[in-house]
Design a protein around this ligand. Structure first.
Ligand SMILES: Nc1ncnc2c1ncn2[C@@H]1O[C@H](COP(=O)(O)OP(=O)(O)O)[C@@H](O)[C@H]1O
Ligand SMILES: CC(=O)N[C@@H](CCC(=O)OP(=O)(O)O)C(=O)O
Length: 296
């Protein structure tokens, strides 16, 4: 049993959360869940519990998930090579088929975990309700197959689910005008969904503490990053790998009205709760140049 001191600490934590619970009441928040943080069952359960809690205390969370590592695993099982161009998977017809199968499997697994907590969830992808319409993406003129560049998000289905008390769980698959299926980078999907539904907050759960000026030096973690500084870091080559599309998406989201955009370490237990409900905040917050930081 807890000591009196431990009980008081718990009470303090709840009191600290109060203003944030009020501020985000009824607000839409998008959680992008992907990367290595998805591979560990225990971490997955914690992330899902956190999202369920956001829902139960009055927010309207939406999960947009990835599953890149799981897709690579299954491509590997069938002996298929996988390559990336600028962080995007080169997607031929067979890769598309496998990616869709794997993402749907991941999708239903997440839905099941939410439902097991007693919260309602519905899994969908961008094809359902023609939610995510795409054109073919050609990074620097390169043909990388069925990779989608999002041109519009129709929010009807997502809104209907939210209004009916479900957590929408969205897989990053889209469709073009000819009903061809496309693979979409999950960060792109999360960013586009957050903008389209007018989310108050967008949190990317990833496999690193946040944005570093030098990822090999833990002391260079940036906790607050303005748009100007983010542009500078990108232009000066400080941002590489999968962080590049992620940070570009963060910039895009802030420029298009998502007030609070965060990159969080999904390997850290309950990182969402720490970010949402404590004065300290964690990870990297991306803010506009005049912006101020909620959690400070
Ligand atoms: N400056 C940087 N700060 C943080 N991470 C960086 C930076 N440059 C490159 N990275 C890499 O980006 C990775 C995160 O992107 P990614 O693996 O695509 O995440 P996810 O799979 O969660 O979408 C980190 O693990 C890190 O290796
Ligand atoms: C076009 C493209 O690259 N699509 C991604 C979709 C999954 C994803 O983005 O997953 P994470 O967020 O876990 O990396 C892929 O095939 O890996």
């Amino acid at each position: 049993m807890d000591t009196m001191e431990q009980v008081m600490i718990k009470a303090q934590t709840l009191i600290e959360a109060l203003p944030y619970i009020q501020k985000f009441n009824n607000k839409k928040v998008v959680v992008k869940y992907g990367g290595s943080a998805m591979l560990d069952e225990n971490l997955q359960a914690n992330v899902i519990k956190d999202v369920a809690l956001l829902k139960l205390i009055g927010m309207k969370p939406i999960i947009v998930h990835g599953g890149g590592k799981e897709i690579s695993k299954w491509l590997n099982k069938v002996g298929k090579e996988t390559t990336f161009v600028e962080g995007l998977r080169v997607t031929d017809e067979e890769t598309m088929e496998i990616a869709e199968m794997v993402l749907n499997k991941v999708n239903k697994h997440l839905v099941q975990m939410v439902e097991q907590i007693g919260v309602k969830a519905v899994g969908m992808c961008g094809k359902d309700g023609a939610t995510i319409k795409v054109n073919k993406k050609m990074p620097n003129g390169n043909d990388i197959g069925f990779v989608g560049d999002i041109k519009e998000v129709n929010t009807g289905l997502i809104d209907t689910l939210i209004e009916n008390d479900f957590i929408p769980v969205i897989a990053p698959i889209g469709i073009d005008d000819n009903f061809q299926t496309y693979n979409i980078n999950a960060d792109d999907a999360a960013c586009a969904v957050a903008q389209a539904i007018g989310a108050e907050k967008l949190a990317f759960l990833t496999d690193i503490e946040g944005v570093y000026t030098n990822p090999d030096d833990k002391d260079t973690l940036i906790s607050v990053l303005t748009l100007n500084h983010a542009d500078e870091l990108i232009n000066d080559g400080f941002i590489g790998g999968g962080m590049l599309p992620k940070l570009k998406n963060c910039i895009d989201a802030v420029r298009n009205g998502v007030a609070r955009v965060h990159i969080l370490d999904g390997r850290r237990e309950h990182c969402l709760l720490l970010e949402f409900f404590t004065n300290r905040g964690i990870g990297t917050a991306i803010i506009d140049n005049e912006g101020w930081l909620e959690n400070e």
